[in-house]
Design a protein around this ligand. Structure first.
Ligand code: MG
Length: 263
């Protein structure tokens, strides 16, 4: 019995000792011992209105022109229609998808989009477009954050608006009705690759859709594909691409697009 009591006491001492040591150290510390003064965060002036570009953003589209964009197919000037502060997919000229002239690694991106009021069709053929977070080729290649009318339009859930196409089901459905402007606020962490082309670190994405979290530091398994499993292929800094999807009955529009490069 005595041995058991001694062992129990010894055990209690062993468990308590580190905690006691920590408390003793904390008691000796001053508040300033845990205060950090460098590096000083850079001053960024926020926009006057919610959703507008802060002072350090690169403006990709402010409603006036397509200077920052080219056609994906041949890198000629982007041929989408600009009117009323918005750019709209141009179906008639076969203008195709467009992408930024600039290339990016990690970033914060704001983009607004609108499904036309008179949209028809169903499933994937109802306002289909997409924001390719990194464009990796001249087709629909890269990592697609789906744009679609998912207000009251059923489709596969990993292909509805807010989905990382065929990889990440959105955590919620905060879609507005066709005819209303909607927003994506995106934090993109680009994948990194080893010299032999293998993945060093995967891509991650966080997406707020109309202010609602739909992707929370989601780890991508590779580029998004219409057919087949996701797969990585080594690439460097890449443009951001907006999809001209052939199936939409009426073309969709974008506005107020800005990006902040991140380390
Ligand atoms: Mg799409």
């Amino acid at each position: 019995m005595a041995t058991k009591r001694i062992l129990t006491a010894l055990l209690a001492t062993l468990i308590a000792a580190p905690l006691l040591a920590q408390q003793t150290t904390a008691a000796k510390m001053k508040p300033e011992d845990t205060e950090v003064y460098e590096p000083v965060p850079p001053v960024v002036t926020p926009a006057a209105t919610v959703g507008a570009a802060p002072s350090d953003a690169i403006i990709l589209f402010d409603g006036k022109g397509l200077d920052e964009w080219v056609s994906v197919a041949d890198k000629s000037p982007a041929k989408w229609t600009v009117a009323d502060g918005a750019m709209t997919v141009n179906k008639t000229k076969g203008a195709g998808s467009i992408e930024t002239k600039r290339t990016f690694k990690n970033y914060q991106l704001h983009v607004e989009w609108k499904i036309p009021t008179n949209i028809t069709g169903s499933g994937q053929a109802r306002g289909n477009s997409g924001v390719f977070l990194a464009s990796t080729g001249s087709g629909d290649t890269g990592y697609e954050l789906q744009v679609l009318d998912s207000y009251e339009n059923k489709t596969y859930v990993n292909g509805q608006a807010g989905a990382i196409y065929k990889q990440g089901i959105p955590l919620a459905n905060p879609n507005r009705k066709p005819g209303e402007w909607q927003s994506y606020d995106i934090v993109w962490t680009a994948p990194t690759f080893n010299a032999d082309g293998s993945v060093s670190t995967p891509a991650y994405v966080t997406v707020m859709f109309n202010g609602v979290l739909v992707q929370n530091h989601f780890e991508l398994k590779g580029e998004t594909f219409y057919i087949g499993k996701p797969m990585y292929k080594a690439h460097g800094p890449a443009p951001i691409k907006l999809q001209a999807h052939g199936d939409a009955s009426e073309p969709i529009s974008f506005r107020n697009i800005w990006v902040r490069e991140l380390k």
